[in-house]
Design a protein around this ligand. Sequence first.
Ligand code: BTN
Length: 295
Amino acid sequence: MDKVALLETIAAGGATGSTMAQRFGVSRAMIWKAVEGLRAEGLCIEGTPGAGYRLEAGRGFGPVSLAWRCARPVHFFECCDSTNAQARRLLAEDVSASPLVVADAQTAGRGRRGRSWRSEPGENLLFSLVLRPNVVPQYAPRCVLAWAAAMAQALDVYVKWPNDLVTQTGAKLGGILAELDAEGDRVRTVILGVGINVNQRDFDDLPDATSLARERGVRIARAPLLATLIEAIEAVDTSGAPSLDLWRNRSHTLGQKVRVGQVTGLATALRDDGALMVGGQAILAGDVELLGPFR
Ligand code: BTN
């Protein structure tokens, strides 16, 4: 039985065990068993005699609930090494695939600049999306900036150069690890690995980190949030070099006194190639340290 179609039917409302048994051509017992499978995924499905099954909005995080919300093929792992590594393996099997890889936990989560990415199991979003922007490799960083800004807009947060998602005070909510594969002068794929702190409360040894739940004071349903982020990423026009205006509007970095490596100064502009202008110098890679209070 197609569990995604079953969930769709329940979500539409008014479906009883017998109408669904008829529709899917199976017994009522099989429908009941499949509903139990959906509940095991965390979906909150109430069954009332006569009124049928009802889905409580927002709950559930697993292969069926995600496939139901996202148009791409979803590969869900309770635990994997790294969703970026998994996406790379899937691409090795099928070069034309554009999967979404999601994990509840990672054993070897990777961050930018060779760092690791740690995340409490079952609390956050850890995903990798295979994207195919139609650009030359030099424009790939620009695409990543545009995707980061689109996510910042969807979450109503800010971007810290280059691709961190931060609160208004600069606390880190999430990060992006983008891995590029190019052939000749064209980008073949970008594996966009995204980690967002959603419901985690403690960041003992990371004083600058926070989560959406900590900021908003409520737990947040991860499946609809993930679907919103995917939609925002996919809406960015990468048929050519994308606009960076949204990044500039969502920036936490521009106008601040910062240090990046050896360079200290005012972050005055984001160049069209993605470079950050600090004290008149173009910075192409590095970590931004904020030197003054955020205005
Ligand atoms: C950063 O250093 O800020 C980037 C962190 C990116 C972490 C995400 S979690 C999902 C995906 N899989 C990984 O191994 N890394 C990225």
